[in-house]
Design a protein around this ligand. Structure first.
Ligand code: FES
Ligand code: FE
Length: 437
């Protein structure tokens, strides 16, 4: 894989047009905007948008740019408002995007000035999957379910396992000095880096915390088993199992009295997948990553709890991305459990967490070492696991590879990426103007 695919300006512009202009992109979680008028401001494929629940309760996504002269309409990260008023000349829009107020309209504009032509625009496709709000700028995009393909089954398993998940606290945000693809491909299935990058937490025993999880007493690191799963359309995930000697589902990090309930809320194959995992992580192509794990670390003030994190790698330019991290907890957790899960999230995979401090050093280093003409002329290696075949004895959707340390998932991500880059028709569809492509 050419390094210019990561660090070239032209390549970045092409992927913004053809990958982010075409795909379904994560915008927000429904629990962030529970009431009419609630909104958050986000990026959607390089465009600033307002994700809002309108007065009738529908979720809408509006371009955060005034139709008069393009000023940013809403400058807050989140809030509640029935209208958005532009700070430049005062045009006012309802939270459905309708232009309602034009100051000095009769003095400034002709009598036939038609307000209805200047409503806010938004992506033509918006849909919600188990609380996750997605949108696509492509009017000809397939349905969200078609786009998710086999990944829908896995996402559902993660999101239904804990019942009704909700985002707790405002998302953490950071500008990271690296290309968005480097983080996404790591979450897509890089089990290979664990033994080196994360050797210190492994050596500290955080992977097998028998004090927190007595069920792990007889388990050794050798019994850990990882699998890589290709779920189509560039979506992939990696699961890591403990080899527990039990036929009963074990949901580490959830109260034991809830295990039977959790299993009964999933189909048997999903329960088989979700029980006994130490960690499951993946990437919904292109840039929504997720991790579901039991806190391997605990302390006097934090018992062993589950945590779920969504994280989005928002491209800024070829050398930078904005990382947004959402902590999710079951709605049925009490206040104390919620606080413990949120703290575990921060400690394990937060911006200053045990794992991410290791990862960020490598990801930013790759960017720094890829600025020169010579370094950019060399290629990255994605040959891990070439030739391996999917297992035929696992009844999970997609292609399941009985191998942990391979690069099969990353190749699927880049297969989809290059497929979209080769499609010349995408830009015309998104903007409707061939001369802008
Ligand atoms: Fe918004 Fe003029 S730019 S009212
Ligand atoms: Fe890592």
């Amino acid at each position: 894989m050419s390094r210019r695919s990561y660090w070239g300006r032209d390549e970045f512009d092409s992927e913004m047009e053809r990958v982010f202009g075409r795909c379904w992109l994560f915008a927000a979680h429904e629990s962030e905007i529970p009431s009419p008028g609630d909104y958050v401001t986000r990026k959607l494929g390089g465009e600033d948008v307002i994700v809002v629940r309108d007065e009738t309760g529908d979720v809408r996504i509006l371009l955060n740019s005034c139709t008069h002269r393009g000023n940013q309409l809403c400058r807050a990260d989140m809030g509640n408002s029935s209208h958005f008023r532009c700070s430049y000349h005062g045009w006012t829009f309802s939270n459905k995007g309708t232009l309602r107020g034009v100051p000095e309209r009769k003095q400034v504009f002709d009598a036939d000035f038609d307000k209805s032509k200047y409503n806010l625009v938004g992506p033509p496709n918006v849909d919600v999957f188990h609380g996750l709000i997605f949108a696509s700028w492509d009017p000809e995009a397939p349905s969200l379910l078609d786009e998710l393909g086999d990944m829908a089954w896995y996402l559902e398993a993660v999101l239904d396992k804990a019942g009704d998940l909700q985002v707790v606290g405002p998302p953490a945000r950071a500008l990271v000095r690296t290309n968005w693809k480097l983080g996404a491909e790591n979450f897509a299935g890089d089990g290979y880096h664990l033994g080196t990058t994360h050797k210190s937490p492994i050596d500290l025993g955080t992977y097998l915390n028998t004090e927190a999880f007595p069920q792990l007493d007889d388990v050794s690191m050798d019994a850990m088993r990882g699998r890589c799963i290709v779920a189509g359309n560039g979506h992939t995930l990696r699961v890591q199992h403990y080899g527990l000697e039990t036929d009963e589902p074990v949901f580490l990090g959830y109260p034991e009295e809830r295990w039977a309930d959790i299993a009964s809320g999933l189909d048997p194959r999903q329960a088989d997948l979700m029980s006994r995992i130490s960690v499951l992580h993946g990437n919904v192509f292109p840039n929504l990553s997720f991790i579901d794990a039991a806190a391997l670390y605990s302390g006097d003030d934090t018992p062993a709890v589950s945590y779920v994190q969504l994280r989005q790698w928002q491209p800024v330019d070829e050398m930078h991305c904005e990382l947004i991290m959402f902590a999710l907890v079951p709605r049925w957790y009490d206040e104390e459990q919620r606080a413990h899960s949120q703290r575990a999230n921060l400690r394990m995979v937060g911006l200053a967490g045990i794992f991410d401090t290791d990862d960020f050093q490598n990801w930013t280093s790759v960017a720094d070492m890829s600025r020169g003409r010579v370094s950019q002329s060399t290629d990255f290696v994605y040959a891990g696991g070439v030739g391996i075949k999917p297992a035929d004895d696992v009844e999970w959707p997609g292609a399941v590879y009985d191998v942990d340390h391979s690069e099969v998932n990353q190749r699927e991500m880049f297969r989809r990426w290059s497929e979209l880059l080769d499609d010349d028709s995408i830009c015309t569809r998104t903007t409707g103007k061939a001369d802008q492509c």
